[in-house]
Design a protein around this ligand. Structure first.
Ligand code: ZN
Ligand code: ZN
Length: 414
């Protein structure tokens, strides 16, 4: 088994580099019940660091599935008011939020996908206010993962449950740099590299990116005033934090009305417990006008039908193929991990923070600037070692941004 010492190092990293917990701050943790041991270590460390309150929302895959199997539509399609209140209360108090995601990717296999869509939509609507806090960095938040049995066995189907969990711990520890003597220092260095990449892109101010790979030929304009982000973020209170661990991406937003061409996925997408695989989208003036999927086409249709904005793009992220997630050679069936293996784009809502002054704009102004809005935000992978990206500068000059799945720009600063 993974040692307690390793779990303590990981917990410390999540609190320090992840949410950057401050003295006298409350902490809300979303955690799988299977990860109770690790979660208790996090809670104890949080109190040691001066947290005034640690509240845990336990998730239980088995109970989630039971509910989908038995509860009537009106229950599935509604979201409890008290849950909304709970989240809003912590957010208003300036709490930090740590989410530990470790869901079985096949959890909802066989469940009617319209019921899943109904639940996702209800949750999306109900949690609108809370989402403003995280998506605008009004509070510090972080998403990490730990192994659970079902998830680990999905990745390592030939291993026993115990061996699979052990192997997944090994992979995670390496990818999030917990195997380093000083993981917090290792993350500072890593954040620096991502900062260099985003600074170069923010200087270039590309008007357009052109993605070319087998099954992909996509021309994507970027809105005027777009900003590249990545690595650490800074909250409204000026606290530096890392929203995702791992993170290997620098990301910005496509113009919601100016994307044209076709794009093909390069890894399976786990959406609400269902897999969508080997799919292609065709976009015209920013909108998905055609799609097909070898697996999960129904689920893809429900995702696209969430609302008007779910057919448009809200994120573009660049990740070099040599990222440690990619190097692990594993498919994690978990977006937090898989999205850091590869370049990706997202259907749905854009982060207003990816536009100069975006967090202060109202919905109409955001739309005028080409910023997409939706209840959905779903990343899917389009990167591979065959992906080339060209960047078109303001004056029309075209230059190489990515070649064969990795940076053609000098992001290492050498
Ligand atoms: Zn991303
Ligand atoms: Zn995303």
């Amino acid at each position: 088994m993974v040692s307690t010492k390793t779990m303590e190092k990981y917990a410390h990293l999540a609190l320090k580099t992840g949410v950057n917990l401050q003295e006298n701050q409350a902490l809300m943790i979303n955690a799988p019940i299977e990860g109770a041991d690790f979660t208790r270590i996090v809670a104890r460390k949080a109190y040691e660091m001066g947290a005034k309150d640690v509240h845990i929302n336990w998730a239980d895959d088995e109970l989630t599935r039971l509910k989908y199997e038995h509860a009537p539509d009106e229950v599935i399609g509604s979201f409890p008011e008290w849950k909304v209140k709970l989240h809003d209360t912590f957010a208003e108090d300036g709490a930090a939020v740590l989410s530990i995601k470790a869901t079985n990717p096949d959890l909802l296999k066989g469940i009617d996908s319209s019921r899943v869509a109904m639940a996702n939509k209800a949750a999306g609507e109900a949690m609108k206010n809370f989402r403003q806090y995280t998506m605008n960095d009004r509070i510090t938040w972080s998403i990490i993962s730990i192994p659970t049995g079902d998830w680990a066995q999905k990745i390592f189907p030939d291993k026993s449950r115990e061996e699979a969990v052990e192997s997944l711990w090994e992979a995670i520890v390496k990818i999030v740099r917990v195997d380093k003597d000083d993981p917090v220092a290792a993350w500072e260095e890593h954040n620096q590299t991502l900062e260099t990449a985003r600074e170069i892109l923010n200087r270039k101010k590309y008007k357009k990116l052109h993605f070319k790979a087998p099954g992909t030929d996509l021309e994507m304009e970027l809105p005027e005033g777009h900003l590249w982000k990545g690595g650490s973020a800074v909250s409204e209170q000026g606290i530096q934090f890392n929203p995702n661990m791992p993170t290997e991406e620098v990301f910005s937003m496509p113009h919601k009305y100016r994307v044209n061409g076709t794009v093909s996925s390069t890894k399976p997408l786990n959406y609400g417990g269902n897999l969508i695989d080997k799919f292609t989208l065709t976009l015209e003036d920013g909108k998905v006008v055609d799609y097909k999927a070898e697996q999960g086409e129904d689920t893809l249709k429900h995702l696209l039908d969430t609302d008007e904005g779910a057919r448009r793009l809200g994120e573009v992220a660049l990740v070099p193929n040599e990222s440690p997630v990619s190097q692990s050679g594993l498919i994690f069936y978990n977006t937090l991990y898989d999205e850091n293996a590869s370049c990706h784009i997202a259907l749905g809502k854009a982060y207003p923070t990816n536009l100069e002054g975006g967090s202060e704009m109202d919905a109409e102004t955001l739309d005028q600037h080409g910023v997409n809005d939706s209840l959905a935000h779903v990343d899917f992978m389009i990167g591979s070692e065959e992906l080339d990206i060209d960047g078109v500068l303001e004056d029309g000059t075209t230059e190489a941004v990515f070649r064969n799945g990795t940076w053609a720009l000098n992001v290492k600063g050498d």
